[in-house]
Design a protein around this ligand. Structure first.
Ligand SMILES: [Zn+2]
Length: 343
């Protein structure tokens, strides 16, 4: 199958500290891996700068101006997040890369793509940077789909190790964007309890699956099969957006999960199958975390090969889900049963 990939040198210009986990070497390694792929079926897309108006679909203008004022400067935005002279440009290009990918997926024949961008986005709130994130790339994309294309059922799946507080808060009262997150809990950033299910008209459209450490491939696949697939079958998304973080990898230095390349491939297969069933495969992955360079690179490769249909990791059902994951899935189902019949 043909797919799109967003890549650009500008994403290597944000954050110069090699000792910061979210540093340019992450994408350098991934881009190097791409050169080793035969390129069959892959169309590379050049990103563009997102305008302030576009970023403003999810962020306050005062905040955007504040980030614009860091142009050419090093400034600390939060304990974990700092700018380098090119960060403002990279952040606008990260949003713009994702929006360019949205346009291609909506307007052309190829419907699957991966935006390999940084800085990542899911912790960014409407008015502040947080947890390595400046602008919330995926949240802006969902608002853009809503505004430009009039979609009103978007599924955002966030399988990063951390809870996407920024994304959750953007859509907490909005039934047009369903936010589904798996994450280590309790852990940074502290949000993502299973009782956080949305408010007002958005009640039931936030699904949190908080997990204790040590969860592996079979656990994540179980969550997807038992919760994500049935909810998606009711919701019938018109577009699937994925906050793809690989810090649940077994070798990741920030997390304590045990997901392997094969697990990410299997999760991708399920996500693509949801999109195939409901929205002609319209699926956009955007890179979030992942800090073990080998684990990150090999996992992104596994996802890309899954997208192009050259799967190298057929999932073998030799593992079974843990008793902890069965318990939390049961709890989440109980919490949401009034909103999603058949859970
Ligand atoms: Zn993360």
């Amino acid at each position: 199958m043909d797919i799109y990939i967003v890549k650009d040198k500008i994403y290597l210009e944000h954050g110069a500290d090699p000792y910061h986990p979210e540093n340019p070497n992450r994408l350098k390694r991934i881009y190097g891996m791409l050169e080793e792929l035969d390129g069959e079926g892959i169309t590379y897309i050049k990103p563009r700068m997102a305008t302030h108006e576009e970023i403003g679909l999810n962020h306050d203008m005062d905040y955007i101006d504040e980030i614009a004022s860091t142009k050419g400067k090093e400034r600390r935005l939060d304990p974990d997040t700092a700018t380098s002279p090119k960060s403002y440009e990279a952040a606008c290009m990260a949003v713009g890369g994702v929006l360019e990918l949205v346009d291609r997926i909506m307007e052309e024949k190829t419907h699957v793509g991966f935006a390999l961008v940084r800085p990542p986005g899911h912790h960014a709130e409407h008015n502040r940077a947080m947890g390595f994130c400046i602008f919330n790339n995926v949240a802006v994309a969902a608002r853009y789909l809503q505004k430009k294309y009039g979609l009103n059922r978007m599924l955002v799946v966030d399988f990063d190790l951390h809870h996407g507080n920024g994304t959750q808060h953007s859509f907490y009262r909005d039934p047009e964007i369903l936010y589904f997150s798996t994450h280590q809990y309790p852990y940074y950033p502290g949000t993502g309890h299973y009782t956080e299910i949305g408010e007002g008209r958005g009640k039931g459209y936030t699904v949190n699956v908080p997990l204790s450490y040590g969860m592996g491939d079979a656990d994540f696949i179980y969550i997807f099969e038992e919760l994500l697939v049935p909810i998606s079958d009711r919701y019938k998304p018109e577009f699937v957006l994925v906050s793809a973080g690989f810090d649940t990898h077994i070798n990741d230095p920030l997390g304590s999960m045990r997901v392997t390349e094969g697990g990410f491939a299997a999760m991708t297969r399920i996500l693509l199958s949801i999109a195939k069933t409901h929205c002609k495969e319209k699926t956009l992955f955007a890179l979030e975390g992942g800090y073990n360079l080998d684990g990150l690179t090999n996992s992104v490769k596994a996802v890309i090969l899954e997208m192009t249909g050259e799967s190298i990791y057929p999932f073998k059902k030799e593992q079974s889900p843990s008793s902890q994951v069965k318990e939390i899935v049961k709890t989440v189902k109980g919490t949401l049963k009034d909103y999603w019949t058949g859970l």
